[in-house]
Design a protein around this ligand. Structure first.
Ligand SMILES: *Cc1c(COP(=O)(O)O)cnc(C)c1O
Length: 378
């Protein structure tokens, strides 16, 4: 008999989402835009600590608009974290520009300042200065901005913070999403909060948000007819999705606490095995979106993943680095001292940590991991 599936990070509705959706129905404000969208933007500004926000159909759309705002076009260069989801860098290709990938550092697994400096020196010599640097806050942990921002500033290049996975996380007491000149969040189905699908761009740069808002609504000029001078996109969030987002945002802090508790539980139950956890940087507080472990490099990763799948538990390897993807095979890549992202891909496993998980569920995952280790340790 197969046991009930434990998903990696399934949606978890808190209760108030329906109230906001109902309000939209009651006023027949299903579209276009509407109160939930306006309020969700305001509430996100307040939560994150930024001045302006723009609700979108996805986080990827946000990165696309930010790149466009910084004038990224055909033949340009954009630096981007290597260890990430393709949503971070696909928009570079939408603009026919060239991604350059930057390795991780061991303390946060986020962008390595060593590799970033190497990349800038290369760019200077080769006359390939990037138009923007996309820095990812991986698995809910902030990048080390005290190291990274001064380097970007020195070369005068704007930073797009990809905080898709890091809503609710902090770095030195400030929320993720406040470190980029423009920052983005994702509300895709498996993120820490979801709108069933959606994203948000935030910034203190009012002009930037205004321009991106214009592009995101098909670049409609103000006229009584439909007048267009610029290319536009259909990138806004619906009033229904924003209603879900408002309910989710109210529950976010409790979700972070729950995920942290799951992480702590995994750490204590797995402490006897030769397993390491994704390090937690002393400057930051993760939102613990996913709990990620590193296992010894002798086929154990595969064994554990197979064992968990057999037991109907969803687990995944760490992101496959972008420089290893066939799509980006021709792109330039700068490593830390040694390449770290490849090792993390070969040895890392993301464990289920949905906020609906019970202690029993966590124990079930753990006992299956212990089983797979028994098989190799005898
Ligand atoms: C999920 C994710 C995205 C893309 O967000 P969507 O809302 O799915 O478009 C971008 N970057 C990272 C790091 C992500 O995890």
């Amino acid at each position: 008999m197969t046991r009930e599936r434990i998903f990696l990070s399934p949606p978890h509705m808190s209760g108030n989402e329906m109230k906001y959706i109902q309000e939209a129905f009651d006023t027949n404000w299903i579209a276009p835009l509407g109160t939930n969208v306006d309020k969700f933007e305001e509430e996100m500004c307040e939560y994150v600590g930024v001045d302006h926000a723009l609700a979108l159909s996805s986080g990827t759309a946000g990165i696309h608009l930010a790149l466009k705002y910084y004038g990224v076009g055909p033949g340009d260069y954009v630096f981007c974290s290597d260890l990430t989801f393709a949503g971070s860098c696909n928009p570079i290709l939408y603009q026919y520009a060239n991604p350059v990938f930057i390795d991780s550092e061991p303390e946060t697994w986020n962008m390595s300042p060593i590799a970033l400096e190497k990349a800038f020196e290369w760019a200077k010599t080769e006359n390939k200065m990037p138009k923007a640097v996309i820095i990812v806050d991986l698995y809910g942990q902030s990048a080390d901005y005290d190291q990274l921002l001064p380097i970007c500033k020195k070369y005068g290049v704007p930073v797009i913070e990809d905080a898709a996975e890091a809503l609710g996380a902090t770095y030195k007491g400030k929320k993720c999403g406040t470190f980029g000149d423009i920052s983005i969040f994702s509300f895709n189905g498996n993120k820490i909060i979801t709108t069933s699908g959606g994203g948000m761009v935030v910034s203190n740069d009012e002009q930037a948000i205004k321009k991106m808002r214009f592009w995101a609504t098909q670049s409609r000029e103000s006229a009584k007819h439909y007048e267009h001078k610029e290319i536009g996109y259909n990138y806004r969030m619906s009033n229904i999705c924003a209603g879900i987002g408002r309910g989710q945002l109210e529950a976010l802090d409790s979700f972070v606490n729950k995920r942290k508790a799951i992480n702590t539980k995994y750490k204590s139950l797995l402490s006897k095995l030769p397993i390491e956890f994704m390090p937690v940087h002393s400057n930051g507080e993760s939102n613990y979106w996913l709990s990620v472990i590193v296992v010894p490099n002798n086929g154990i990763q595969d064994l554990v993943l197979k064992e968990l799948e057999k037991e109907n538990i969803e687990a995944r390897p760490v992101w496959k680095p972008m420089h290893m993807q066939p799509l980006f095979a021709k792109c330039t890549f700068f490593s830390h001292y040694n390449i770290l992202s490849e090792t993390l891909f070969e040895e890392g496993i993301c464990l289920p940590c949905g906020t609906g998980m019970s202690t029993k569920d966590v124990e079930r995952v753990v006992s299956n991991i212990q089983e797979s280790f028994k098989a190799v340790m005898i």
